[in-house]
Design a protein around this ligand. Sequence first.
Ligand code: FES
Length: 147
Amino acid sequence: MSKDNHKETLHSERRAFIPLVSYFIAPALKKATGKWVDFGAVEDLSPGSIEMLTYEFMVKDGWLVLPQRGFVWAKSNTDHNIKVFSSTCTHLACNVIWQEETNHFLCPCHSGRFDSNGKPVAGPPTKPLATLEHKIEEDNLLVYLTF
Ligand code: FES
């Protein structure tokens, strides 16, 4: 192989390698984005209970526009002190469900359990449920969701 042929081969291998590296690294470098989502009137929350609040909105990702659907859990105390929990289990990211009868969030994937404050009490999870930033504007509950 001549010296020139060898240089050209190396050059074309690099050109093929760069898109491959970009494909794997770009998602890791992508910043998480988020938005405030309006869940409606705070007075609709029942004091002393934990309620599922669902959301659905469209997100533009490059040339694609995809729906984002999910739910969060809102815990409202009698003094209108509100906590909003992520529905994502801290073990392997299944959705947790509030069970009024046991007073626990249950994760159906591996039987993880969290108390009403999001603290893990049984099963594999070791970290508490994430609490989400929220605010009240014009008597509506707004929660900051990242995606
Ligand atoms: S994903 Fe929730 S316990 Fe495993």
